[in-house]
Design a binder for this molecule. Structure first.
Ligand code: PEP
Length: 250
């Protein structure tokens, strides 16, 4: 049985004060009421030390929104997996579509970042998904498969034993357009079946999250679909009440 997980991706939002407030609210409610599945928050790098203090001994997992593709050295602006580990990060998003599209991160670069996370014991949250044009051209499965294949070529399918995949159709991210449960389920099943073709045990244990305009009012329907093991939540993770409602919908 896979344990569901809901992860917040704060992107480049908030201030030190607002992030303290948000974390404290999450922590207080989870301390009081517990959680159904796992919960994680991927905060901007500079808030990680503060988040680590506030979440100390909380079951809420701390994560980053990216990780360097190299272990150390002359890579200005990058943050290594080891540095993140030192601050008790457990999760690292890799291959978010905003990184792929706005910052030109290729499948190969994402695969190298994924590898660094795996090698250091961080759990990579590998984002895959198609643009609207790709969907309209009937290229959804090919796009997702190419994104996955780059990771398999570098790290092998077994690496997914310690990873999470997030299917995030680009056309649904931050747009208010959500994939229907059926659209999401179809791609989740495709991903799981492809992996099962290589290693059934890995496919069975792998958590595949849906991301793209998940809100309190659509979370339950999405999470009730087979093969959807939780969510990666952007906008709605910036409000404690909304995020927790989503977390408690699993
Ligand atoms: C995301 O950033 O991963 C995301 C899913 O964003 P949103 O929920 O705002 O669409």
């Amino acid at each position: 049985m896979r344990r569901s997980i809901v992860i917040g991706n704060w992107k480049m939002n908030g201030t030190l004060e607002s992030s303290r407030d948000l974390l404290q609210k999450l922590r207080n409610r989870v301390d009081r009421e517990g959680s159904r599945g796992e919960i994680g928050v991927c905060v901007p790098y500079v808030f990680i030390p503060e988040a680590r203090e506030i979440l100390n001994r909380s079951p809420i997992l701390l994560g980053s929104q990216n990780v360097a593709d190299q272990s150390s050295g002359a890579y200005t602006g990058e943050i290594s997996a080891r540095m993140l580990q030192e601050f008790d990060c457990r999760l690292a998003i890799v291959g978010h579509s905003e990184r792929r599209l706005l910052y030109g991160e290729s499948n190969e670069l994402v695969a190298a970042r994924f590898r660094q996370a795996i090698d250091s014991g961080l759990v990579p949250v590998l984002c895959v998904g198609e643009t609207l044009e790709q969907r309209e051209r009937g290229e959804t499965f090919d796009t997702v498969l190419a994104q996955l294949n780059a990771v398999f070529a570098r790290s092998g399918v077994q690496s997914l034993l310690n990873a999470i995949i997030a299917y995030e159709p680009v056309w649904a991210i931050g747009t208010g357009k959500t994939a229907t449960g059926e659209q999401a389920r179809e791609v989740h099943a495709f991903i799981r079946n492809k992996i099962a073709g290589i290693d059934e045990a890995v496919a069975e244990g792998l958590r595949i999250l849906y991301g793209g305009s998940v809100k309190p009012d659509n979370a339950r329907d999405l999470f009730s679909m087979p093969d959807i093991d939780g969510g990666l939540i952007g906008g709605a993770s910036l409000d404690a009440e909304s995020f927790l409602t989503i977390c408690y919908s699993v």
